[in-house]
Ligand binder design. Structure first.
Ligand code: MN
Length: 741
């Protein structure tokens, strides 16, 4: 880019003159000279610097000063401080030099602004600390904070030229700290613009969509408003008081919030705009005039008594004064009408700074500002509060329906209050949610159902082995996470059923069960499942094992189902016991053949093999497969002479180690938990544990278990079983350093 120095110099002078023009009404004698001095120093100091956009750096302090004058209503002191606000931080000029030229007061403000600069690193809570410092300087000079807001506003307006990650960081910080701060200070216009800019840089399609729809509906809205206000105007004219009627659509951000919270489309947001009636009256008549206007409005339109707000008798904490009513227009539409005086309107838009203009006439607002400052001071003096807690406290219940949290990279996420780590995981991405095994919140390990607090920074821990389960529905509150989990559960159930279907077909064939619809019906009866799908699903996840199918074969009624139906019901318990018995014998399964399948066999009487023995199968002429120990007296003869009839056989018992694996168990700590977990592993499932280590931290325990399992299905069953232990949140497989299997 070729820079035309002359053109640039002219533009700088133009902008400087524009600032002076805007400041002119408030300048005292000698002020212009001081401002010029500050401008010259700043321009000289920043002369070799450029903003990311390529513009000369001086544009920034000039704009910040202009915002201070025009949008906050500040004076000379602030203009000078704004012009110099980046000088000490970014250039060689010392604060002392500035103090000599402009005096102690301005130097202190610049010092305050310099100190609160810094990088937003939420994890280190540096920004929270900065924020605390910034508020601390409030007690010395509230202008520090107002100039800081002007600085932030300009940075947000020029965020386009920043890289994407910085945009997100700055935008997040803005919605988290600066917009609430502007709100607290009653800087409504600035707050609104900050919020809209936040949305623009974090969700541009939504921002664009809403602003487009606002534009699109403008003409019809204006027609409606014109009709609506006409009778009010006629009456106000008779009142012989200076007045103005304004109507402005709601901010994009607040429309967006409404749509999101009520889950409605743009077209259904009924209060897209409010009508504002502003009367200009002497301060002593303010209240009575406002109520007169109220009387006129409600003569024409029926008010909703639930929506009358009198912030004139009791102003809001941030100094906001106004009378609000919502009335029914002739077309059946609710319309909010705000009634206030010129002074109230100024304060509503520009906050306390605007109020300084009126301070000679009233003391109550000054004292409100004082009250607010006292409150901030009290907060600051709580020594035991960490900076983060302080920020949280400061923000108070402004946003009590939402919790603001951060990604590891500092990106802000807004979730409904009560959201958990799992909600957060699903908010980031469905895949992250589906694989979530826990989280680190502010570096601490927490289970997936850990509830999030404002300011938490969350790193989601995932595992490719993780699968959502029914319990997860109790762990989330956001609609997004709920519907995603339901979807995933359905999907995994379908997959399991597909697998189960295959297994069922294969095994019934091997077991020589002749399947037809009647047999399926018997099977559903036997296993007490409602549908074929459910049967397949249970087989797929291993709740019905091959042994159970074998058992079914034995139980399979030879008589027609009808005759059996009655005894079936009375015999439920017995069958259940039988099934359980079979399940308990899981470890006794003998796998035979190259494919290691479960087929019928008989144990040879010559050597009576038991589970755990090294064995082989021998295909006999009349009695099917017989199992012999390799140490059987007959073994040598059989193996040597009838090698073609010998088949591989293997117990899947604990001694026939299939593989060594490592499990990670995460849960909430309780007395006896470790005991219960190891009991499940060693006794109930008869699994051989090779190592077990547990640690607990802040009520969260995590354990690592090395154990031997037969196969992955065995492992999955074990995981399921462990997950039923009270307090266990997640069991997952992980690769251990020692895992050489
Ligand atoms: Mn700046």
């Amino acid at each position: 880019m070729v820079i035309d120095v002359e053109v640039e110099r002219k533009e700088i002078i133009n902008r400087y003159r524009r600032l002076l023009r805007k400041a002119k009404p408030i300048l005292n004698e000698g002020d212009a000279k001081l401002i010029k001095r500050a401008f010259t120093i700043s321009m000289e100091a920043h002369k070799d610097m450029r903003r990311k956009s390529g513009e000369p750096y001086i544009f920034h302090p000039l704009s910040v000063a202009e915002i201070c004058v025009e949008e906050i209503g500040l004076g000379t002191t602030s203009i000078i401080a704004a012009l110099l606000h980046d000088v000490v931080e970014d250039t060689d000029i010392q604060l002392k030099e500035l103090e000599q030229i402009f005096g102690r007061k301005i130097a202190k403000i610049i010092d305050g602004l310099t100190k609160i600069k810094g990088v937003f690193e939420y994890g280190s809570s540096a920004q929270a600390e900065n924020f605390r410092k910034m508020l601390f300087t409030l007690s010395e000079d509230v202008r520090v904070i107002l100039i800081k807001l002007a600085d932030r506003l300009h940075n947000m307006r020029t965020l386009d030229s920043m890289p994407r990650n910085k945009q997100l960081r700055v935008a997040s910080e803005t919605i988290y700290l600066y917009a609430p701060l502007a709100h607290r200070l009653g800087l409504n216009v600035i707050k609104t613009e900050l919020e809209d800019l936040y949305l623009r840089f974090t969700d541009f399609p939504v921002y664009r969509d809403i602003s487009f729809k606002i534009d699109e509906s403008r003409a019809s809205r204006n027609r409606f408003i014109k009709q609506f206000v006409q009778p009010i105007k006629d009456e106000l004219d008779k009142l012989k008081v200076e007045y103005e009627i304004k109507s402005r659509p709601k901010s994009i951000f607040s429309i967006y919030n409404k749509m999101r919270k009520q889950n409605i489309p743009f077209e259904e947001v009924y209060d897209l705009f409010a009508i504002r009636v502003i009367v200009n009256t002497p301060i002593e008549h303010e209240k009575s005039y406002c109520w007169q206007v109220y009387s006129i409005v409600t003569d024409y339109y029926t008010p909703n008594p639930d929506r009358l707000r009198d912030w004139i008798s009791t102003p809001k904490g941030n100094g906001y004064e106004s009378l609000h009513t919502t009335v029914m227009a002739k077309n059946g539409q609710w319309v909010e009408v705000q009634i206030r005086t010129r002074r109230m309107d100024d304060i509503a838009e520009k906050g306390y700074a605007a109020h300084w203009k009126y301070k000679d006439n009233s003391s109550s607002h000054e004292s409100n500002l004082e009250k607010w400052l006292v409150k901030v001071r009290e907060l600051l003096e709580k020594q035991d509060l960490s900076a983060l807690e302080f920020v949280d406290d400061f923000r108070g219940n402004l946003f009590n329906e939402e919790v603001f949290v951060f990604t590891p990279k500092g990106e802000l996420k807004t979730l409904p209050t009560g959201s958990t780590a799992l909600d957060f995981a699903f908010d980031i991405h469905t895949d992250i949610g589906a694989k979530c095994i826990g989280a680190k919140v502010n570096q601490k390990l927490v289970p997936i159902n850990h509830m999030l607090k404002n300011g938490d920074q969350i790193e989601i821990l995932t595992s490719s082995k993780q699968k959502p389960n029914e319990d997860w529905l109790r762990f989330v509150i956001s609609p997004k996470a709920k519907s995603k989990i339901k979807e995933l559960l359905k999907e995994s159930k379908r997959n399991a059923a597909d697998q189960g279907k295959e297994i069922l077909l294969r095994k019934t064939k091997q077991l020589k069960i002749d399947v037809n619809s009647r047999v399926y019906e018997q099977m559903r009866d036997f296993f007490k499942v409602k549908s074929q799908f459910e049967l397949q699903y249970r087989i797929g996840v291993g709740l019905i094992t091959v042994n159970d199918l074998k058992k079914f074969k034995e139980f399979k009624p030879s008589s027609p189902l009808k005759n059996r139906a009655h005894t079936e019901v009375t015999d439920v318990k017995a069958i259940e016991q039988e099934i359980n018995k079979q399940k308990g014998r899981y470890e006794d399964i003998l796998l035979i053949g190259e494919d290691m399948d479960v087929v019928e066999y008989k144990l040879a009487k010559c050597c009576t093999p038991i589970p755990g023995d090294e064995v082989f199968g021998f295909v006999t002429v009349n009695e099917g497969i017989k199992i012999h120990r390799t140490t059987c007296p007959n073994a040598t003869e059989l193996l040597a002479n009838h090698g073609n009839r010998v088949i591989k056989a293997k117990w899947t018992s604990q001694h026939e180690v299939s593989f060594l694996t490592a499990l990670k168990v995460i849960g909430t700590d309780r007395v006896g938990l470790i005991n219960d977990v190891s009991k499940v592993i060693s006794e109930e499932l008869k699994v051989n544990m090779s190592a077990l280590s547990f640690k607990t931290d802040q009520g969260i325990f995590s354990g690592e278990i090395m154990l031997y399992v037969n196969d992955t299905r065995h492992l999955e069953m074990l995981i399921k079983k462990l997950e039923t232990v009270e307090g266990v949140v997640k069991v997952s497989r992980f690769d251990s350093r020692n895992n050489n299997a």
